[in-house]
Design a protein around this ligand. Structure first.
Ligand SMILES: C[S@@+](CC[C@H](N)C(=O)[O-])C[C@H]1O[C@@H](n2cnc3c(N)ncnc32)[C@H](O)[C@@H]1O
Length: 326
């Protein structure tokens, strides 16, 4: 299985799409905003370039990609106003994801981004100053010219595999990464074991009903790694090109309907979590087990999640790091 061709989020803007089910990732972006804002503040001590070049790695096809761009532009503008700094004249924004990502849906949102975010805040003449393009390819390959990026952001993407990149960033360039992690060194910790363990449990339900073969389950791997903070620090140190400026952790409830008044609690906890996870894992699971089993699989999953949450409130454990290119 070539991961680069099967890994993608559910496309489009329909009911089960990633775009409609990315509340978790949006909440994570919100909770990591202080670290992002501080990284921009630190970067400004070297002065902003005329053209500020930034990349979002693993941007996916939902609204979060442009939310990140809007946030970064806001932070830069507010900072420049507050500290009387020269703001960048232009922004060049690279939205990266794997080639099968639904870039079309993402591109369709760009005109309204330009009109709402840029024109509202700075007058129509400013809207031409942010140039956004898509960069299809794995962020574990070279995507950008040497020393071309000033700022790299990635949220909820790099836990899919584990490497770091450095050649494409300018000296003093900044990188902010937010990823799913685990709170303790024990790799069998409950942080991620439950969320994916219940997928395994649901697959075994299908096996028991004769809908799957054991070897189908045994040959399936979920290519996700959730490090603990000490592992992440060790990777950054051994890779050597970045200094670690800040590392924070925070948790987000599996069922955000509990905490977010903006989310009408129209689903059971199990259904809500199942929709979030389905939007992310369905293409990968369907490529191995077949499309026809997906409804049944996620019905089982929703039941297991509800049962689990009725006994124990459970959180996603997240790590956000801010790094400087040495
Ligand atoms: C859960 S989504 C997060 C999307 C977005 N950053 C957000 O916060 O809503 C993870 C994204 O990472 C992408 N991804 C995973 N591995 C990747 C790789 N090696 N290169 C580029 N994108 C990758 C996936 O295709 C997916 O769109």
């Amino acid at each position: 299985m070539d991961l680069a061709y099967v890994l993608r989020m559910n496309a489009g803007n329909r009911e089960g799409s990633y775009a409609k089910n990315c509340f978790l990732q949006k909440t994570v972006i919100f909770k990591a905003r202080d670290v992002l804002e501080d990284a921009i503040k630190d970067y400004s001590s070297h002065g902003f370039p005329e053209c500020f070049k930034l990349a979002d790695l693993g941007c996916s096809s939902g609204p979060n990609a442009l939310l990140i761009v809007a946030n970064i532009l806001d932070y830069v503008r507010a900072l420049c106003q507050k500290k009387n700094l020269k703001a960048p004249d232009e922004y060049q924004v690279f939205l990266n994801d794997l080639p099968n990502n639904d870039f079309n849906s993402l591109f369709e949102m760009i005109p309204s981004f330009h009109s709402k975010v840029l024109e509202n805040e700075s007058g129509p003449e400013k809207s031409a100053n942010c140039y956004i393009s898509g960069v299809p390819g794995s962020f574990y390959t070279r995507l950008f010219p040497t020393k071309s990026l000033h700022f790299v952001h990635s949220s909820y993407s790099v836990h899919w595999l584990s490497q770091m990149r450095s050649q494409e960033m300018v000296i003093h360039g900044r990188m902010v990464l937010t990823l799913l992690g685990r709170s303790i060194a024990d790799p069998t910790s409950k942080d991620c074991r439950y969320i994916y363990g219940l997928v395994a449990k649901s697959l075994h339900d299908l096996l028991a009903e004769g809908l799957l073969r054991e070897e189908d389950i045994n040959t399936f791997n979920l290519p996700i790694y959730t490090p603990c903070t000490s592992e992440l620090k060790a990777i950054i140190k051994s890779e050597g090109s970045f200094s670690l400026d800040r590392l924070e952790t925070f948790e987000v409830n599996w069922d955000m309907q509990d905490e977010n008044e903006k989310l009408k609690p129209e689903y059971s906890s199990g259904e809500f979590v199942a929709k979030t996870i389905r939007a992310v894992l369905e293409p990968l699971l369907a490529s191995h087990f077949g499309n026809t089993l997906m409804d049944k699989l996620f019905e089982q999953y929703a039941k297991h999640v509800s049962e689990h949450l009725s006994k124990e409130k459970t959180n996603y454990f997240n790590i956000v790091v801010s790094l400087t290119r040495k």
